[in-house]
Design a protein around this ligand. Structure first.
Ligand code: UDP
Ligand code: MN
Length: 313
């Protein structure tokens, strides 16, 4: 490089560094602004009680849903397993709906959490699920499910009754053996039960999570740990509270190939799910509904285990 070119390059380099610093500062400020905006965004969703808060015992169910899934998913839940545990289930959603509010027995909770699959938004809903649980005393267990889950409530109760509800238990299904959370450059191993196949914990254990979740705290927790809702629960329980995950292979999500579950063992499972063509497989002679009437196959499955239900006659 000739000296002349060097002279031109040096100020250019300095200008480029200066420009970079200005851009970085602006981005930083925008980021902070967004963070405070987010905080404001969630102020109004902080749990303030619900008139239908039940005083039930044994299992308290919360199901995460969204207005966009009322017809495609919630409808299936309401026609099937919800009928078996009506008073013990709450649906945590983003927007109210007259028809579905009625069908859920006014147990559709409109949180005003934003309607996206973004980390903080899903954490917002789980925070609400937790806050709802915290308001009622008598339950032994808290179980979370997604709205694309079918829950065999008899099997679930049978499993949970094997464990002492006075002790901290965290039960569900892993997708991967062990995860590592990276916080401030350090990696921390933890395990989590996948939210998509559902998980349960004793309310004794849930209470121990209160420093991190409930009354709006969980959105910040998820951000601090850089984790999604189910992962953050797993991190709190298995790493911070040092309670191991008790795994049950009876929980299933659409992350596994559901056709691999044989028809003979389907009734032994606790949770089932579906996504597009990944569904449980039922032989034509056993299925009450065809694929057009019952694309998830879960109405037909429900009729196999509860043939006397109104839906199935
Ligand atoms: N969900 C939500 N808001 C959204 C998208 C999803 O509350 O914008 C809920 C949905 O109702 C379900 C859960 O998050 O209970 C998981 O969503 P989905 O099954 O669509 O995605 P997955 O993570 O299972 O692929
Ligand atoms: Mn899903």
């Amino acid at each position: 490089m000739t000296p002349g070119k060097m002279e031109i390059c040096q100020p250019l380099k300095r200008q480029a560094i200066l420009l970079f610093m200005v851009i970085a500062t602006v981005l930083c400020l925008l980021g902070t602004g967004r963070y405070y905006e987010q905080k404001d965004r969630y102020q109004h969703v902080i749990f303030k009680g619900h008139p239908k808060t039940p005083n039930i015992n044994f299992i308290f169910y919360t199901v995460k849903t969204s207005k966009k899934f009322y017809d495609s998913r919630l409808d299936v839940v309401l026609k099937t397993w919800f009928q078996k545990v009506k008073n013990n289930v709450f649906f945590i959603s983003d927007e109210g709906d007259k028809e579905y509010d009625k069908r859920t027995g006014h147990r559709l909770v409109s949180t005003n959490c934003p309607t996206t699959h973004a980390r903080a938004d899903l954490c917002c809903k789980l925070d609400y699920e937790f806050s709802l649980l915290a308001t009622q005393q008598a339950s032994r267990w808290w179980c979370h499910f997604d709205d694309d889950d079918y829950v065999n409530v008899r099997n679930l109760e049978k499993l949970l009754r094997k464990y002492d509800w006075r002790k901290p238990w965290y039960i569900g299904r892993r997708t991967v053996d062990s995860y590592k959370a990276r916080i401030n450059g350090t990696k921390y191993p933890y395990q989590f039960a996948h939210g998509g196949s559902g998980f349960c914990m004793t309310t004794v254990l849930a209470k121990q999570m209160t420093p991190w979740i409930g009354e709006g705290k969980f959105m910040q927790t998820c951000e601090d740990f850089h984790l999604t809702d189910d992962c953050a629960v797993g991190f709190i329980v298995t790493h911070l509270l040092n309670v191991s995950l008790t795994e049950s292979v009876l929980f299933h999500s659409h992350w596994e190939r559901l056709k691999n579950l044989t028809e003979e063992t389907l009734h032994e499972q606790i949770s089932l799910s579906y996504k597009n063509h990944n569904r449980i497989s039922l032989s034509k002679d056993k299925a009450k509904f065809d694929e057009k009437q019952d694309p998830t196959r879960l109405l037909s499955f429900h009729c196999l285990i509860y043939p006397k239900d109104k839906l199935c006659l």
